[in-house]
Design a protein around this ligand. Structure first.
Ligand SMILES: Cc1cc2nc3c(=O)[nH]c(=O)nc-3n(C[C@H](O)[C@H](O)[C@H](O)COP(=O)(O)O)c2cc1C
Length: 185
């Protein structure tokens, strides 16, 4: 057997979403981000359209997100604004993932493929000893968000993925036993 199945199964099941509030100050390096994206682009995608784009913010360029993203939340939502500021300050790297619809397959398929790419990144981050946190604030669907980040308007955003090393004890999670979700035919 080429791969250690028990390690792979453990990797998949122990991946957790850890909010950036629990990140340490240890920085993520450019080479680590490149490895995540290298795995992301091998996600399954119909007709090999490779619809995804990875907008990487690292170290200094995180300042652009720190300055702009909180302004996209309604002024009245002060707790959300404060939480976002904390998250952005605690994060040394984030990737905004978008896809461009093609005319070759349904747009839903491009979206699904891009979600698979994100999961590849999350698993690779976990395997590398740090965490990814997938966040989908409502404003990612707005034209204002794309304009602010100077992203082409034909792209759709699937989320902001924050990356960092975590300082908390690793949380457990549970899922329904597979008997509840499996129908044997
Ligand atoms: C499409 C998608 C969007 C998500 N958006 C958010 C989000 O906006 N905020 C958040 O706290 N978690 C978000 N998450 C992470 C989920 O909350 C998390 O995966 C879920 O609680 C299960 O926990 P686990 O990832 O540790 O297994 C999102 C996950 C997915 C797949």
């Amino acid at each position: 057997m080429k791969y250690n199945l028990s390690e792979i199964s453990d990797l998949i099941q122990s991946r957790r979403s850890i909010a950036p509030e629990n990140f340490t100050e240890r920085k993520i390096q450019r080479e680590q981000i490149e490895k995540l994206i290298q795995c992301a682009v091998f996600a399954p995608n119909h007709k090999n359209t490779q619809p995804w784009h990875f907008h990487v913010f690292l170290d200094e360029s995180m300042n652009l997100l720190r300055e702009t993203l909180p302004t996209l939340l309604p002024e009245s939502e002060t707790s959300k604004i404060n939480r976002m500021k904390i998250r952005l300050n605690q994060t040394s790297s984030a990737i905004i993932v978008t896809y461009t619809p093609s005319e070759k397959v349904d747009e839903g398929e491009e979206l699904i493929a891009t979600a698979c790419a994100i999961q590849n990144m999350l698993l690779m981050a976990h395997a590398s000893g740090f965490s990814g946190f997938w966040s989908t604030p409502k404003f990612i669907k707005t034209k204002g968000f794309l304009e602010l980040l100077e992203l082409p308007l034909n792209q759709n955003c699937l989320g902001i993925i924050y990356f960092g090393y975590t300082k908390m004890n690793w949380p457990t999670s549970h899922r329904k036993p597979i008997e509840y979700v499996t129908i044997w035919h």
